[in-house]
Design a protein around this ligand. Structure first.
Ligand code: 2AM
Ligand code: CA
Ligand code: CA
Ligand code: CA
Length: 262
C-alpha cells in the first residue's frame, strides 16, 4: 500500500488560500437577509454570513487536512498541541454590515500555538496577504519587502481605537505627537497596514487569537515587532493587548507607554 504523504506547508498554504477565496465569494454575494444579531452588546454583531463562511471553510479544511479548527463563530478545539487551524470568518463584522469595506477573512495554521502559515484576505479589493514561517510574506503572490525601520513614531501614522486612548492617557499624548491617528475596524487588516509599511504602529488592548493569528505571522515575517502592550512576547492562545511596530517605533512607544510618561 502507498502511504499517504504529509502535505508540505506550501501545499497547505495553497489550500488555505483556496478556502479563503471560497469564503470571500460567499461574503461578496450574501443573498437578501444578513440576519444581523448581537452577541455581548449592541455593537458586537454576528451575521448569517459570518456563520456560513466559517461553516464552509471548516468543512473543507477538515476534509482536506484532517486538522482541528478554532473559529470565532462556534468551532472550539480541545488542545493547541500539534497543528490547529485558527479562523476569523469575518474580521470587521460591523464594517461588513455598515461600511461595506475594510473587512477580512483571517486563517492561520498553528503548530503548538505558533503560526506557521497565514492568510489575510481584504475581501473588497481582493487583496490576499500570505506568509510562511521563515519563508516571507506576499500580497497577491508578489513578495513583500521587509519594513523599513528608520522613522520614529513622530513621523508615522498610528492605528488605534478611541477606547484605547481613553484607557491610556500616555497613548493619547503619543498620538498628538505623531503624524496622525487612524482606525479601520478590522484588527487583522490593521496589523497588515503596519506590515505593508503604510502605518507605523497598531495598538490594541484586547484582541482574540483569531484576530491576529495570521496577521502576526505576516508582520513578523516582514520584520515588524509583535508583542503585548508591556513588551512581553505574544502567546496566541490567550486574548490580550498588542503593540505592533517596526523596531524603533516599537521601542519608542513601549518606553512612552510603559516606562516614562515624558
Ligand atoms: P470582529 O469583527 O471579528 O468581531 C473592531 O474594533 C475589531 O475588534 C475587529 O477586529 C473586531 O473583530 C474586534 N472586536 C469586535 N468586538 C470585539 C470584542 N468584544 N472584543 C474584542 N475584539 C472585538
Ligand atoms: Ca465578533
Ligand atoms: Ca475579529
Ligand atoms: Ca469575526
Amino acid at each position: 500500500a502507498v502511504e499517504p504523504t504529509t502535505p508540505s506547508l506550501e501545499e497547505l498554504l495553497a489550500l488555505a488560500v483556496r478556502v479563503v477565496e471560497e469564503g470571500a465569494a460567499i461574503a461578496r454575494d450574501p443573498g437578501k437577509d444578513l440576519q444581523v444579531t448581537t452577541k455581548s452588546n449592541r455593537n458586537d454583531l454576528v451575521t448569517a454570513v459570518d456563520r456560513r463562511v466559517e461553516e464552509c471553510i471548516a468543512e473543507r479544511l477538515l476534509a482536506e487536512s484532517g486538522y482541528p479548527l478554532l473559529g470565532e463563530e462556534g468551532h472550539d478545539v480541545e488542545t493547541w498541541n500539534g497543528r490547529v487551524w485558527v479562523l476569523d470568518p469575518i474580521d470587521g463584522t460591523m464594517n461588513y454590515v455598515e461600511t461595506h469595506r475594510d473587512y477580512a477573512i483571517s486563517l492561520a495554521l498553528c503548530e503548538d500555538g505558533v503560526p506557521v502559515l497565514g492568510v489575510v484576505m481584504d475581501v473588497v479589493p481582493a487583496r490576499c496577504y500570505t506568509a510562511l514561517r521563515a519563508g516571507g510574506a506576499w500580497c497577491n503572490g508578489e513578495r513583500l519587502a521587509p519594513v523599513k525601520d528608520e522613522r520614529g513614531f513622530t513621523d508615522a501614522v498610528i492605528i488605534t481605537d478611541l477606547k484605547e486612548m481613553w484607557a491610556l492617557p500616555r497613548l493619547a499624548r503619543c498620538l498628538e505627537q505623531s503624524r496622525g491617528h487612524r482606525r479601520y475596524g478590522s484588527a487583522a487588516l490593521e496589523c497588515v497596514e503596519v506590515a505593508a509599511g503604510r502605518a507605523g504602529a497598531f495598538v490594541h488592548m484586547w484582541v482574540s487569537p483569531w484576530d491576529i493569528a495570521a496577521a502576526s505571522l505576516i508582520c513578523t515575517e516582514l520584520g515588524v515587532v509583535f508583542t503585548r502592550l508591556d513588551g512581553t512576547p505574544l502567546d496566541l492562545r490567550w486574548k490580550g493587548s498588542v503593540l505592533v511596530a517596526p523596531g524603533r517605533i516599537h521601542r519608542e512607544l513601549l518606553h512612552r507607554l510603559m516606562i516614562d510618561a515624558e
